[in-house]
Write a protein that binds this ligand. Structure first.
Ligand code: AMP
Length: 185
């Protein structure tokens, strides 16, 4: 069983790696960014609230995000575990998540922290070309990452595996599994 959070700046490859890991280990996978993009496409109430914020690269309010993640985790309790991609992004989200884990009796949380320098991140994001990948938005998202999200790394400092996110997707994937192997429970 693996209870994983995948963490890192925009463009580091969290989404790609999270999908691989979830598939290989049979984990419940929730990407809050994907969840929001789907809600925006489908023009749901949540989508309408989130649209402008996601488009300009700002964070969606904590209470909304915490509600989404709580509901998804409660509904999808699995034997193999889960991987959360893009959550928590703020200290209040991390604190709320700790309470959810307590309620669901989830232990042995591991954080995979993917790292890359800003030049590499900007290059990758501009290549990806998603709707929120314009130069201004990218700068804004990197700044938000530094201000709001980086402190969350400290919150998990005792259970974090740091992994170099620069290189071939497959090599990074192998490095992750290598590190994870010794933590199977
Ligand atoms: P991502 O796909 O993880 O890069 O997320 C895309 C966008 O969705 C972010 O720039 C935020 O606007 C929003 N978002 C995703 N996850 C969160 C979260 N945990 N808290 C607040 N906003 C989020």
């Amino acid at each position: 069983m693996y209870n994983l959070l995948i963490f890192g700046p925009p463009g580091v490859g969290k989404g790609t790696q999270a999908k691989f890991i979830a598939e290989k280990l049979g984990l419940f996978h929730l990407s809050t960014g994907e969840y929001l993009r789907k809600a925006i496409d489908e023009e749901t109430e949540l989508g309408k609230k989130a649209k402008v914020l996601v488009e300009k690269g700002s964070l969606v309010p904590d209470d909304l995000m915490i509600g989404i993640v709580k509901e998804a985790l409660v509904k999808n309790v699995t034997e193999n575990g889960f991987i959360l991609d893009g959550f928590p992004r703020t200290i209040p989200q991390a604190k709320a998540l700790a309470e959810i884990f307590e309620e669901l009796k989830y232990k042995d949380i591991l954080v995979l922290h993917l790292t890359a320098n800003d030049n590499e991140l900007v290059r990758r994001l501009l290549n990806r070309g998603r709707g929120d990948d314009t130069e201004d938005t990218i700068k804004h998202r990197l700044r938000i990452y530094q201000e709001a999200t980086k402190p969350v790394i400290d919150f998990y400092k005792n259970c974090t595996l740091e992994i170099d996110g620069v290189g071939e997707v497959e090599d990074i994937n192998n490095a992750i599994f290598e590190r994870l192997r010794s933590f199977a429970s």
